[in-house]
Design a protein around this ligand. Structure first.
Ligand code: FAD
Length: 452
């Protein structure tokens, strides 16, 4: 396999979820592999995405637990929260993972360059230091980057890239956007005691999720004190002498007063200045690298995986794509990635999770041949804690075959429950199979087998 005409058999640009997996698997097949990373090995998920975000969710969730603890007999005196303690502990864990990922590359004999790389031709790479390298195959795994809409004073806004490093916990946060990242941080800041205002261009939150769950989340988070302003965009932001911000919305005279403006309005494939034109690599309408079913770009020696291809921007998908690429190209296997029934979650408070078709998608596909089962329940834990919030579980079923087409859950621990249900939905099990399963009592998950 080794072709000494090139410096490497495989050169990967980007050591994130997809790039690290592809590198180590290809190296395991005996390929000479190198990877370039311009920031930190591990990529978005590990360094400034899923992992630190989930740790902040855990950290902030103690507010609810401690509040409810009194009903369970606990006296918690002088409850205080210290942001720098949590922030620094999260940063330390990120350092640990960064080291672990670096060790993984070393242990698999993947050479790594901690600098930016660009493409100079079908087999050519240039590092920021000026060094020129060649590879038989190049894999682009550069991920995505937060999009900040244009408005005056946009430089005063932060994105998810900076949110983990905030000096102090803001008393008032404005969050632009209503996708999963926006709502997860809305939940974190709200739980930590900040006043949160979510501003959004449309009146839809979490596009793509089932409408019943979205409504439930809106209801609960509003009751928890998160303010929403829909159908409005930011016109300009003015920084005040005391460092605070005045966020002016289009068509409104009075600004929102804030300490932090977090923009979470989407992520665009990261291809700027990558030199794609040097290898005639075609882009799609959202700036994504276009690839075929085998992750090959319009240049036969260059492949792309993960967020930069803008298929499904999730870590497990990038990892599968990286694995399948390495198995095919360096392992001689016929590996492919299946994009149906990919489970996903929003770690809002409460969290929601989903797999398969929403009710609206199923009705579009199957018309009236769709049955919907719901369980609208108040978790025992909430009842006991005098917490009025209700969970909602929903199964979408093909009325003709009885097959469960989708499962949608909101409530405590919904993502943990959903991962197991996703196996059943992916396996094509029927509603009768769910019904035939004896409930595990007492649990919230038992609602899934008790819907009639
Ligand atoms: P990345 O992991 O982004 O890696 C790309 C790497 O390439 C980066 O390290 C970058 O520095 C590097 N790079 C870019 N250009 C160059 C260059 N020219 N030269 C050298 N290096 C370069 N997904 C989930 O599944 N669950 C979640 O809960 C979740 N939460 C998230 C929360 C946040 C705040 C964010 C931002 C994302 C979250 N995601 C989540 C999405 C997830 O992080 C991505 O889908 C995943 O990281 C994509 O992997 P990737 O390999 O495509 O790219």
């Amino acid at each position: 396999m080794t072709d000494t005409a090139y410096d490497f058999d495989l050169f990967v640009i980007g050591a994130g979820s997809g790039g690290v997996r592809a590198s180590r698997i290809a190296a395991g097949y005996g390929a000479r592999v190198a990877v370039a990373e311009e920031y930190r090995i591990g990529g978005t998920c590990v360094i400034r995405g899923c992992v630190p975000k989930k740790l902040l969710v855990y950290g902030s969730h103690f507010a609810e637990e401690l509040q409810d603890a009194a009903n369970y007999g606990w006296t918690v005196e002088k409850m205080t929260f210290d942001w720098p303690t949590l922030r620094n502990a999260v940063a330390k864990d990120v350092d640990r993972l960064n080291t672990a990922y670096t060790n993984t590359l070393d242990n698999n004999k993947v050479e790594h360059f901690l600098e930016r790389a660009t493409i100079t031709g079908p087999h050519g790479i240039r590092l920021a230091s000026g060094r020129e390298l060649t590879a038989k195959v190049i894999l682009v795994a550069t991920g995505a980057w937060p999009v900040v809409p244009e408005f005056e004073g946009a430089e005063h806004a932060i994105t998810s890239n900076e949110v983990f490093d905030l000096e102090t916990l803001p008393k008032r946060v404005v969050i632009a956007g209503a996708g999963y990242i926006a709502l997860e941080f809305a939940g974190i800041f709200n739980a930590l005691g900040s006043h949160v205002t979510v501003v959004n261009r449309s009146e839809t939150i979490l596009r793509g999720y089932d409408a019943a769950l979205r409504d439930r989340l809106l209801q609960i988070t509003m009751a928890r004190g998160i303010e929403y302003k829909f159908n409005c965009g930011i016109e300009r932001v003015e920084k005040q002498a005391d460092g605070s911000l005045h966020v002016f919305m289009k068509g409104q005279d009075d600004p929102i007063h804030a300490d932090t403006l977090l923009v979470a309005t989407g992520r665009r494939p990261k291809t700027d200045g990558l030199g794609l034109e040097n290898a005639d690599i075609a882009l799609g309408e959202h700036g994504e690298i276009k690839v075929d079913d085998e992750a090959r770009t319009s240049c036969p020696s260059i492949y792309a995986v993960g967020d930069v291809t803008n298929r499904v921007q999730l870590t497990p998908v990038a990892i599968r794509e990286g694995q399948a690429f390495a198995d095919r190209v360096f392992g001689g296997k016929t590996a492919s990635v299946h994009y149906d029934c990919i489970p996903s979650a929003v770690f809002s408070q409460p969290p929601l999770a989903s797999v398969g078709l929403t009710e609206a998608q199923a009705r579009e596909k199957f018309g009236s041949n769709v049955k919907v089962y719901t369980s609208d329940f108040r978790p025992m834990k909430n009842v006991f804690a005098h917490r009025p919030e209700r969970g909602l579980y929903k199964l979408v079923v093909d009325a003709q075959t009885d097959r469960v087409l989708g499962a949608h859950l909101i409530g405590p621990e919904a993502p943990e429950v959903l991962q197991a249900v996703a196996i059943a939905v992916k396996a094509g099990l029927t509603k009768a199979d769910f019904d035939a399963t004896v409930a595990l009592h007492p649990s919230m998950a038992e609602e899934l087998v008790l819907m009639r």
